[in-house]
Design a protein around this ligand. Structure first.
Ligand code: 13P
Length: 254
């Protein structure tokens, strides 16, 4: 089915890859994916390899993303990385509020919203992550939790700015566990997220926003997930670390 939104497949490398390994991976992806025009393809390596990867994907159809950034633009924030620093390496996207950061760094919606506003002010496209835990799903609270995360993480973002925002739905129980949400479960939450965006903004904004699915996406389940009307791409973890699996996911998404 033809979608009105262009698909986006992003690889979140998390805390993996040395410079040499990163270069091997992106050189392979360049080769495998050179002909793909139908999908926006984004790689999100760790900060330490952004510089080298940025050079290695020049003049290609691969785009660069970061996995986090500071809500502040500069100053005495030891260990933090600012949006302007990412821009130096031609970073276009930044993952914000990933569940691992919500869990381990205790990032909350208000902070994620601040980061998203800082990213937008620097012309970076935020990929804002939301998703429920297993206990929240089993307690029947998926919509309540995801709805609050969407509202809280988009606080202060204007209708115009929403044109640059990507939302990623990543059920926490499906991340790195091999358990994928069924296509029905994914579609239901994606439709709910789009409805929430419509209630916060308007129908046109909701129709435009891309909502990615993340959580054990593999070459074998990509086609079915992408066939869902409200699934506009994927945020891939483990399977983004190998040339074959990531390029097959991109190819199978079309
Ligand atoms: P996995 O694809 O390894 O489940 O990770 C998903 C994820 O967290 C992407 O951001």
């Amino acid at each position: 089915m033809e979608k009105e939104r262009k698909l986006l497949i992003a690889g979140n490398w998390k805390m993996n890859k040395t410079v040499a390994e990163a270069l091997d991976l992106v050189q392979g992806l360049r080769r495998e994916l050179a002909a793909i025009k139908e999908v926006d393809i984004v790689v999100c390596p760790p900060f330490t390899v952004l510089c080298e990867v940025s050079k290695a994907i020049l003049d290609s159809n691969l785009r660069l993303g970061a996995q986090n950034m500071s809500e502040n633009s500069s100053g005495a924030y030891t260990g933090e990385v600012a949006a302007g620093m990412l821009k130096e390496f031609s970073v276009r996207y930044v993952i914000l509020g990933h569940s691992e950061r919500r869990q381990y760094q205790k990032e909350a919606d208000a902070l994620i919203a601040k980061k998203a506003l800082t990213a937008l002010a620097s012309s970076l496209k935020p990929i804002v992550c939301v998703g429920e835990t297993l206990a929240e799903r089993e307690g029947g609270n998926t919509e309540k939790v995801v709805g609050m995360q969407v509202k809280g993480s988009l606080a202060g973002i204007s209708k115009e700015q929403m044109g640059e925002v990507v939302i990623a739905y990543e059920p926490v129980w499906a991340i790195g566990t091999g358990k994928t949400a069924t296509t029905e479960q994914a579609q239901a939450v994606h439709a709910f997220i789009r409805k929430t965006v419509a209630s916060l903004y308007d129908d046109a904004t909701a129709r435009r926003v891309r909502i990615l699915y993340g959580g054990s996406v593999k070459p074998g389940n990509t086609r079915e997930l992408m066939s869902q009307p409200d699934v506009d791409g994927a945020l891939v973890g483990g399977a983004a670390l190998e040339i074959r699996s990531f390029s097959d996911i991109v190819k199978n998404s079309i």
